[in-house]
Design a protein around this ligand. Structure first.
Ligand SMILES: Cc1ncc(COP(=O)(O)O)c(C=O)c1O
Length: 425
């Protein structure tokens, strides 16, 4: 299959090597079945999407009962689009939320960046090193990693300034003070191309950057710096939102006060669905539609995906999703800490709810162990555990499993991962 794939897919997409990848055949709960009949424990929720589990009863119900598959989202909207918008407006942190739907996380980020450019009247953006916001051209302009940017340097908007995200292991001052000073300087000096900065985009907890949790007070101070200067804050909650971090939105837990929120991944329970939300004072910077929307797409308000979004939001009351994420996450942190407490190459076990990271370092206890997360992920696959590396250098092992993970699955997965970490470091 890997050979067949290599013959037909653009070669930049799937990494193919001995034993990698495996081809998925089916998935249920926290388990994945591959084409050879092997069963895995999925500690990734497949990029954070299957928070409720693969083929959750929530999604199953929608797939069985919903009949309208495609509609005309921005012309004659499907009923489920309206229902989803009303539910999202209820969970948004403003009384008068207005929402733009899309299909992928990157598209929600594009919509958010356009919204704040209109609302602030200043095109420049401040983003953070280590942040990941997607790879479409607008989203790429605020995603720092050279691996993604370098080939397109001449296409990427130059009005983005990057500030360091606080680093609990290496920062000399507490509370991310150095980072906050840099943010203030950049907001005052403007973007590298001279554009004035009207937007800050930030993940409340950096996900692909390595499950980096900001120190207490950092996000509240960031919000203060923004509001003092009339700068709008976009919280990219595509990974962290919808309960993963023990609250509907992680911003709430870390003290960030966003003007715009992007959600995606878990919102569609496996169907492509994302949203950009803002209060009317921000979203009404868009002109009223006169017949031809100036920002839309063919699949906006996809009826089946919207039905899944409605079911996901309804399941919050039944399944107590944030509380379960917090409880299962607590079990994982306790299990990791007890197994890895003595391991000198583990600099940090961290995270909130079900977005966790194990940071691996060299023997000096400080230098990121480049590629260590990737090597462990490869070996874990052979042992039946799906896990992904994170961090700019692949130095973090990221754990973002579904809430349905059982204690037995946790014990088994952690025994395997801890022994690979101890052996491999
Ligand atoms: C925080 C964050 N923002 C945006 C994206 C981009 O989402 P998508 O891959 O659906 O375009 C991701 C994807 O991992 C993400 O983690």
């Amino acid at each position: 299959m890997a050979e067949r794939l290599a013959r037909v897919e653009s070669r930049n997409v799937t990494f193919v090597d001995h034993g990698w990848p495996v081809f998925w055949q089916d998935a249920r709960g926290a388990n994945v079945l591959d084409a050879d009949g092997n069963v895995y424990i999925d500690m990734t929720s497949a990029f954070g999407v299957a928070l409720l589990g693969h083929r959750s009863p929530t999604l199953e119900f929608v797939l069985r009962h919903h009949t309208l598959v495609h509609g005309m989202g921005d012309i004659h909207p499907p009923v489920t689009k309206l229902e989803l918008l009303e539910r999202l407006a209820r969970v948004a942190p403003w009384d008068d939320a207005r929402i733009l739907l899309a299909n992928t996380g990157s598209e929600a980020v594009e919509a958010a960046l356009k919204t704040t450019a209109l609302a602030s009247g200043r095109p420049g953006v401040l983003a953070f090193e280590g942040g990941y916001h997607g790879l479409t051209l607008g989203a790429l302009s605020v995603t720092r990693r050279d691996h993604f940017r370098a080939p397109f340097a001449s296409r990427v908007y130059g009005g983005v300034a990057f500030a360091p995200f606080p680093d609990v292991i290496r920062d000399e001052e507490p509370g991310g003070a150095a980072s906050l000073r840099r943010v203030a300087e950049l907001l005052d000096s403007g973007a590298p191309n001279g554009d004035a900065i009207g937007t800050i985009i930030v993940e409340p907890v950096q996900a692909r950057g390595g499950a980096r949790v900001p120190p207490d007070g950092f996000m509240a101070s960031l919000s203060d710096l923004a509001s003092e200067r009339g700068v709008l804050v976009i919280a990219d909650e595509i990974f962290t939102g919808l309960g993963r971090c023990g609250a509907m939105f992680a911003s709430d837990r870390v003290g960030l006060r966003p003007d715009v929120i992007c959600a995606g991944k878990a919102l569609g329970a496996g169907l492509p669905l994302s949203a950009c939300m803002a209060p009317a004072r921000v979203m009404d910077a868009w002109p009223r539609s006169t017949g031809e929307a100036i920002h839309t797409s063919t699949f906006l308000g996809h009826p089946l995906a919207c039905a899944a979004g409605v079911a996901v939001l309804d399941s919050f009351d039944i399944d107590a999703v944030p509380a379960r994420a917090e409880r299962v996450g607590g079990e994982l942190v306790a299990g990791l800490s007890s197994r890895l407490g003595e391991c000198r190459r583990v600099a940090d076990v961290r995270g909130i709810g079900l977005l966790l990271g194990v940071e691996l370092v060299e023997s000096d206890g400080r230098t990121p162990a480049a590629g260590a997360g990737s090597r462990i992920a490869e070996r874990a696959l052979a042992e039946g555990i799906l896990v992904l590396p994170a961090g700019d250098h692949g130095e973090v092992l990221e754990l973002s499993p579904p809430i349905v993970l059982t204690t037995e699955q946790i014990d088994h997965a952690l025994d395997v991962l801890a022994s690979l970490i101890v052996e491999g470091t």
